[in-house]
Design a protein around this ligand. Structure first.
Ligand code: SF4
Ligand code: SF4
Length: 437
């Protein structure tokens, strides 16, 4: 519907045409306004990316922040027995899937390659299986966790990026158990689909190694952006054309003979600076309005220590996903509205997009945020074994010279706690995080 306000429409630089959401749907055409142009993909400084990946390698948050992972599980369990029961059931279902993912690199090809380019065949198979976005790019080893470098196979130069959409209606109820059901249910579905897709790739004569669900070799969004499947939003999530961040990501590394896609500027890098809805609506004030250069990439950097305490107590939170107009309406209508209205953000300023309910605090409409207080954000930081060592050091200092203290007992308790914390790092970590060891 044409916009009737008295504003000048924005100039369109070009249109991007993408396949429809579901396999067989007509393609969609997205206008990219001139004033939102930056670069295809995301601005990067390749020398900085290489330097940080070599000298300060990435590490899995489930290990790097294992102290707060254990703390968050306890918080979640105390706040919601229902969420605890659901998470335990999910872990039970995911365990065999994670084992399969971890061992997928050992699967042998079952066919013989013909030498033909198999990009279209793999894309079609993935779309038939239900993946909403499928793209091909380089297996970028700058984005591998230090602890997983030894188990990432060599000789698989390509990354097949696969996004599986989660349920629309349930996602709009974030934060809720219904939203958790579709969030974790989508992880579960990824397991079966990737078995089918890797069977197909192996039948073409090629090797595979699967990253995700729950067991990842590293952050995946950079490769999705490079494959043209969207751009990074201010909420730290991939904003893809049809469902924004309402999707779970997975990568298959392979030596299959494929042609790489190219990164695309959909205008999102700049659009987020105009929109800012997630930044303004985050209950933890964990999202930054301004972009910074971080490890060689220009982005809005999420503040982890302000996010996790909210996720732990409010069923995984995810409000930054729920309030994003690209997630709720899709990129095409949002960009068309921006062009037609001279720069307005579809849904911004409406409770329909921005409103949410926190179980113990009630409803927060546009312009309203909960007050959480400083103590709300107190939590342990870093690796659990390091955190326990710091606690042990403090206890030694407090009890120095106290003859009534049994130091053997203290040492034994410390050792027991470290062993327990290391054991916990092998469970399938919940709340959207990766598994530790
Ligand atoms: S998950 Fe919640 S607390 Fe964390 S960044 Fe998103 S909105 Fe903020
Ligand atoms: S809510 Fe707005 S600013 Fe945040 S990720 Fe979505 S489009 Fe970007």
């Amino acid at each position: 519907m044409p916009y009737k306000g008295k504003t000048m429409a924005k100039n369109i630089a070009y249109h991007v045409t993408r396949p429809g959401n579901k396999h067989g749907d007509p393609s969609v055409t997205i206008p990219v306004p001139e004033d939102l142009l930056t670069v295809p993909g995301i601005p990067t400084r390749p020398n900085d990316v290489s330097f940080f990946s070599r000298e300060y390698p990435l590490e899995n948050m489930a290990l790097e922040e294992s102290a707060s992972a254990a703390w968050a599980r306890d918080q979640r369990n105390n706040h919601s027995p229902e969420a605890r029961a659901f998470a335990e059931e999910h872990q039970h279902h995911m365990e065999p899937i994670v084992e399969w993912v971890k061992n997928s690199g050992n699967l042998e090809p079952t066919g013989v390659p013909t030498g033909a380019d198999v990009t279209a065949a793999i894309r079609q198979k993935a779309r038939e299986l239900g993946y909403g976005e499928v793209g091909f790019t380089t297996n970028d080893r700058h984005y591998v966790y230090q602890s997983r470098k030894p188990v990432l196979k060599g000789g698989l130069p390509n990354a097949i990026c696969l996004a599986l959409e989660q349920d629309y209606v349930k996602t709009q109820s974030i934060p809720s158990m219904a939203a958790e059901e579709t969030h974790f249910g989508t992880y579960f579905n990824q397991g079966g689909l990737s078995v089918e897709l890797t069977d197909f790739i192996r039948s073409l004569g090629y090797s595979v190694q699967v990253s995700g669900p729950t067991w990842h070799y590293g952050p995946m969004i950079p490769m999705f952006v490079e494959a043209g499947l969207g751009q990074l939003g201010a909420n730290g999530q991939l904003l893809s054309p049809h469902f924004g961040s309402r999707a779970r990501l997975q990568i298959i590394f392979t030596d299959a003979n494929v042609t790489h896609d190219k990164p695309i500027d959909y205008g999102i890098h700049q659009f987020c600076q105009e929109c800012q809805v997630c930044v303004n609506r985050c209950p933890g004030r964990a999202l930054m309005p301004e972009k910074v250069w971080y490890r060689g990439v220009e982005k809005n950097k999420l503040i982890f220590k302000r996010c996790r305490p909210v996720m732990a107590r409010y069923i995984g939170c995810g409000i930054c996903m729920k309030v994003c107009p690209i997630q709720k309406y899709g990129m095409q209508p949002v960009m068309e509205h921006y062009v037609a209205t001279g720069g307005q953000i579809l849904g911004k300023g409406t409770d329909n997009l921005e409103g949410y309910t926190l179980a113990d605090k009630g409803y927060f409409g546009t312009g309203q945020l909960p007050i959480l207080g400083r103590q709300f954000f107190d939590m342990p930081h870093g690796r659990s074994e390091d955190w326990l060592l710091l606690e042990f050091r403090d206890k030694l200092q407090e009890t120095a010279g106290d003859a009534s203290v049994d130091s053997d007992q203290m040492w034994s308790e410390f050792r027991q706690r470290v062993e327990t914390s290391l054991d916990k790092q092998t469970v399938v970590v919940d709340m959207g995080m990766d598994r530790g060891l």
